[in-house]
Design a protein around this ligand. Structure first.
Ligand code: GDP
Length: 362
């Protein structure tokens, strides 16, 4: 506690913010992820973006570059190291990022197709986000499908909207009103981000096109602003370990591995970890901490680079013995001393029990 207060005063480093993308099928979640991760960049120069396990790390320098044209960008301090964007969109990865009932996702992007409004899975997503109290922004996507849309690059989306023909602007306004009404039906206030009277009580809508790129800079700028504003405290890096198992995977040559999102703290090769398994807690040593090779060298399949240690927030694959029965969606613990193992085993069992009972309830 005390340390956290100290950290605040001295402006201690922040960790990367964990970002999830949710929404109905076909609204453009994958396309938005591709755009944010710029995996569609042909020349392979994605400006320091690194593929991690289950997530992509977009460094702050890259975000600065992608938001240069956004109005008011000078007011952003760009203090956080970057964004850790979870690669698999949708409910499952969001739900697996949990910690004692709350979510480890710092901020979510809820994708809504401007032509369709709120759809059944959008509403499910909203309920999940409400339940976990996760802040979110809405990407009001596919604006390029508005009648007679004129595309423009490297401009603030507000200016691009202003330069549209009157008919296009009218259609935009009509569809926005519809979406805002849909949100009201779900008990939520929503407003276009530049008309938002109070970001604490109104959800911001950011018009985007994941195909032509309009609004993507605005979306990134809004995320960073939220991280530096209301989310700042939560993002102060702490050495108190916080890591969660996203997926359990068998890999040829490595055996069963766990894909882990490390939020806070540091993992080392050789650490003794305690995690939930179907037959009770598993206690095992980290054999290796693995990250994918840099993008250009990704031709060799399943080639990983071993790390001696990994610092949060990052995605890492852990290889160890006895992971066959590991369970995804729960935290992993590290025993600093041998006598901590029993305490941690109890903690892990308790967590598993409460996770199971919450699954039965829902
Ligand atoms: P997901 O199911 O939510 O992941 O949706 P996808 O990203 O797979 O997109 C579904 C379809 O919509 C694909 O054919 C995309 O090319 C298309 N799409 C996604 N975003 C946009 C957009 O902003 N504009 C247009 N015109 N099409 C889009």
């Amino acid at each position: 506690r005390r340390q956290d207060n100290e950290a605040n005063k001295t402006g201690n480093p922040l960790r990367a913010a964990v970002v999830c993308v949710l929404g109905h099928v076909d609204t453009g979640k994958t396309k938005i992820l591709d755009k944010l991760r710029r995996t569609n960049v042909q020349d392979g120069e994605a400006g320091g973006i690194t593929q991690q396990i289950g997530a992509t790390n977009v460094p702050i320098e890259n975000i600065k570059e992608q938001t240069k044209h956004v109005k008011g960008v000078n007011e952003i301090a760009f203090k956080l190291p970057g964004l850790l964007i979870i690669d698999t969109p949708g409910h499952e990865s969001f739900s697996n990022l949990r910690n004692r009932g709350s979510s480890l996702c710092d901020i979510a992007i809820l994708v809504v197709d401007i032509m369709h409004g709120l759809e059944p899975q959008t509403i499910e997503s909203i309920n999940l986000l409400k339940q976990k109290k996760t802040p979110f922004l809405v990407a009001l996507n596919k604006i390029d499908r508005l009648y007679d849309w004129q595309s423009a690059q490297r401009k603030d989306v507000r200016d691009i909207l202003k330069m549209q023909q009157p008919n296009t602007q009218l259609e935009f306004e009509k569809r926005c009103k519809g979406v805002i009404l849909d949100f009201a039906e779900q008990g939520l206030n929503a407003a276009l981000f530049y008309e938002n009277p109070d970001p604490r009580t109104y959800v911001s809508l950011v018009p985007t096109s994941a195909v032509t790129g309009e609004g993507m800079g605005n979306l990134l700028a809004m995320i960073v602003q939220a991280c530096e504003g209301p989310l700042h405290k939560r993002l102060i890096f702490s050495q108190q370990l916080l890591a969660t198992v996203l997926e359990v995977k068998a890999i040829p040559g490595l055996g069963t591995t766990i894909d882990t999102i490390l939020i806070n703290g540091t993992l080392h090769e050789g650490d003794t970890m305690v995690l939930a398994g179907t037959d009770g807690p598993i206690v095992t040593q980290i054999r290796s901490l693995l990250m994918p090779q840099p993008m250009k060298e990704l031709r060799v399949k399943n080639a990983y680079i071993e790390h001696k240690e990994v610092v949060g927030a990052q995605g890492v694959k852990i290889a160890a013995k006895e992971l066959e029965k590991a369970i995804a969606g729960l935290n992993l613990q590290i025993a600093q001393k041998p006598d901590e193992v029993d305490v941690l085993k109890e903690e892990v069992s308790r967590e598993l029990k409460s996770a199971l009972s919450s699954i039965k309830l829902s």
